[in-house]
Ligand binder design. Structure first.
Ligand code: GLP
Length: 263
């Protein structure tokens, strides 16, 4: 894993947007996996800025979102689908035919999940998957105990996730108890992965998934099994890491090994 520690949320967002933009410039028909939550909001704003000011072209990009709450229609105010349109898609030249977000109000979530997996395959697999991290260490909605071989499926949400995400709803009882989520196996098949995290409340889980043991109890630790992961953190989120000096040295001296890393 490459660990990039940035001073604050703004720099975390700028750095991660640049990483995404670079991949789109390299491959115009990039297959891009996207995440929701507060963390990527400014990254998406930066991408919009790069689109408007530098002409970053999304017209051939295909996107797959990680997850969606079961029971919410695509235009429900708390749906991840609406979140994505409000925060990114409507501000760029996204082709709606190439935008995939799991359908929360599908009649048959299991069948839908299989269809979603097939669409990812048909698109040629995900080139770059953007991830946030939940307070319990989850990626997408792969709650503690999720199998590392899991595929897109229905997952019951953990109590802490329901409480964490209650801030987006009027009351905690309104938070759906289930979601459709890409599995850890699905995520690990992405060619490259970019995980972003900010804030002191993420410091413990970041230390656990980066420097702790690989464990299904912190599902982000599955990323240790992937060969190309970049983690961009702000200082508060990185505050419990023990090898900060090493990560910073690598960041600042990357040009010495850039060719070897191919980054
Ligand atoms: C939800 C999403 C995750 C996201 C997490 C963190 O649980 N399913 O994909 O990473 O929230 O959200 P936030 O960025 O708001 O902390």
């Amino acid at each position: 894993m490459e660990i990039i520690i940035t001073p604050d949320y703004e720099q975390m967002s700028k750095t991660s947007a640049r990483i995404i933009a670079r991949e789109i410039k390299k491959k115009h028909d990039l297959v891009l996996g996207l995440a929701t939550g507060d963390t990527p909001v400014e990254t998406y704003q930066e991408l919009v800025k790069i689109h408007k000011e530098e002409g970053l072209d999304f017209s051939k990009v295909t996107t797959f979102n990680l997850d969606e709450y079961i029971g919410l229609a695509p235009l429900h105010k708390n749906s991840y689908n609406l979140f994505m349109w409000e925060n990114l898609f409507k501000h760029i030249n996204a082709n709606s035919e190439n935008v995939y977000v799991p359908q929360g109000n599908t009649d048959d979530p299991e069948e839908f999940s299989q269809w979603y997996e097939e669409q990812i395959k048909k698109a040629g697999g995900i080139d770059l998957q953007v991830l946030g991290i939940g307070g319990d260490g989850h990626i997408a909605f792969n709650e503690p105990g999720s199998s590392f071989a899991s595929r897109t499926r229905v997952k019951a949400l953990y109590k802490q996730t329901i409480e964490d995400n209650a801030r987006f709803f009027e009351k905690v009882e309104d938070v759906p108890r289930f979601a459709i989520t890409m599995g850890i196996g699905t995520i690990l098949e992405a060619r490259k992965i970019l995980l972003i995290a900010n804030g002191e409340n993420k410091a413990d889980v970041c230390a656990q998934f980066i420097e702790g043991p690989v464990s299904s109890q912190i599902t982000a630790s599955a990323l240790q099994l992937h060969s190309y992961v970049t983690v961009v953190l702000d200082e508060p989120a990185a505050s419990k890491l023990t090898r900060t000096e090493y990560y910073n040295w690598v960041r600042d001296n990357k040009h010495l090994v850039q060719k070897k890393l191919g980054r």
